[in-house]
Design a protein around this ligand. Structure first.
Ligand SMILES: *Cc1c(COP(=O)(O)O)cnc(C)c1O
Length: 393
């Protein structure tokens, strides 16, 4: 059966160029980048060239401001725990938001058990943090503000430049999880006034298991794992040379795509077609996320009176891959923390389904959803007591 993959916020297909760049470092040049012999120096050069490209991707001043990690989760952990530990003498208060990825939220929860205090800011009905709330939450002992650039579930883009400016003025470290922004629009650590920025290669056509963290010069971050002196003593462990080369290639593919934004426009056009088609064919649907200011590829809707899980199973019969809530909470029956924070009731949050497109998405994929979803919804609604008993205005 043909697969219609519409779960690109969970992971993406690698770009062929990325795979091509990585191959030599998995076969011919397998050296440890710390080797003193010239074979190892070739691997070292590949890592340092990748660091320069990644620095450019962030618009960073200096490649030494980039460390490579095992992915978005590790970048978030090093940023938050590492900054909290290194700056604990100043205070133990952290500001974040209720809609962060679990790679941020659960680090904050763990730090709360270790004597830190965390403020989880609310969001508006579009899932957007208000910079004024950030300002009001600041205390003399606030050491870190962590607000994501774009949300993985709704695509809503956060006002990080404004929040970063507030943090900079108050001399508080500002971290942003830019995992969902990377590859979709340019990331500029200067424009964002950011001190720490996380990205993950597999969310923008790179390999799984590799990410990067931008650490602005002068910002103190402790290592959270103990080992060798790799990655500026911030992340021990033999460098994942092919992964790092792949991440840098994904960065350069993305930078090229921003110069010629046709592919981005196509993604948005297909996403908008999918959105229009769903609203046209299915009654009682609501859009989750900002109507305009959201990532080009993301469409999250709640289909009232039924459950997202049911729709996903029906979609799977047709080879359609989508998600409900966040991939990390599916398998549990808790509704999405992001949708609840936006004020959705449990039922409507449970009725959410997310389609996330990529540059490989075709009109055929969209047509497949628009053909399969309406009858699936009708079937599920006919079995739903909530649908039969609904009160229509
Ligand atoms: C996927 C994701 C992560 C985690 O990245 P991994 O590389 O899978 O560990 C973190 N934050 C956001 C917003 C994400 O979408």
């Amino acid at each position: 059966m043909k697969i219609h993959y519409l779960d690109n916020n969970a992971t993406t297909r690698m770009d062929d160029e990325v795979l091509k760049a990585m191959m030599p470092y998995m076969t011919d040049n397998y050296a440890n980048a710390s080797g003193v012999y010239s074979f190892g120096q070739d691997a070292r050069k590949a890592v340092e060239d990748a660091r320069a490209v990644t620095a450019k991707f962030f618009n960073a001043d200096d490649p030494r401001e980039i460390i490579f990690t095992s992915g978005g989760t590790e970048s978030d952990n090093i940023a938050i725990r590492g900054a909290a530990l290194a700056n604990a003498a100043k205070g133990k208060h952290i500001i974040t938001s209720a809609i962060e990825h679990h790679a941020v939220l659960n680090v904050c929860k763990a730090l709360e058990k270790e004597g830190y205090e965390v403020t989880y800011l609310p969001v508006d009905k579009y899932g957007v943090v208000n910079p004024d709330d950030v300002k009001k939450a600041i205390r003399p002992d606030t050491v870190l503000i962590s607000i994501m650039a774009a949300n993985n579930e709704t695509g809503s883009i956060q006002p990080v430049a404004e929040i970063g400016a507030i943090a900079r003025e108050q001399k508080i470290i500002f971290h942003t999880d830019a995992v969902q922004a990377a590859g979709k629009y340019p990331i500029d650590v200067k424009a964002m006034n950011a001190d720490l920025v996380s990205i993950s290669a597999h969310k923008f056509y790179g390999p799984k298991g590799v990410g990067a963290l931008y650490i602005r010069k002068g910002v103190k971050v402790s290592a959270i794992m103990q080992g060798g002196h790799h990655e500026n003593r911030k992340r021990p462990g033999t460098e994942n040379v092919p992964g790092i080369v792949g991440l840098a290639k994904a960065c350069s593919v993305a930078m090229d795509s921003f110069k010629n934004p046709k592919a981005h426009e196509k993604v948005k056009m297909l996403r908008d077609k999918l959105q229009a088609g769903i609203f046209e064919k299915i009654p009682e649907v609501i859009l989750n996320g900002h109507p305009e200011n959201r990532t080009e590829n993301t469409l999250n809707v709640s289909v009232k009176f039924i459950e997202g899980e049911g729709m996903l199973i029906q979609m799977d019969f047709e080879g359609i891959c989508a998600s409900s809530g966040s991939a990390c909470t599916s398998g549990s029956l808790d509704p999405s923390h992001v949708l609840l924070a936006m004020g959705l009731d449990h039922g409507t949050a449970h009725g959410s389904i997310r389609f996330s497109l990529s540059k490989y998405t075709t009109q055929e994929d969209i047509d497949a959803v628009l053909k399969a979803l309406p009858p699936a919804v009708e079937k599920l609604r006919n079995m739903s007591p909530f649908w039969k008993n609904r009160v229509t205005a």
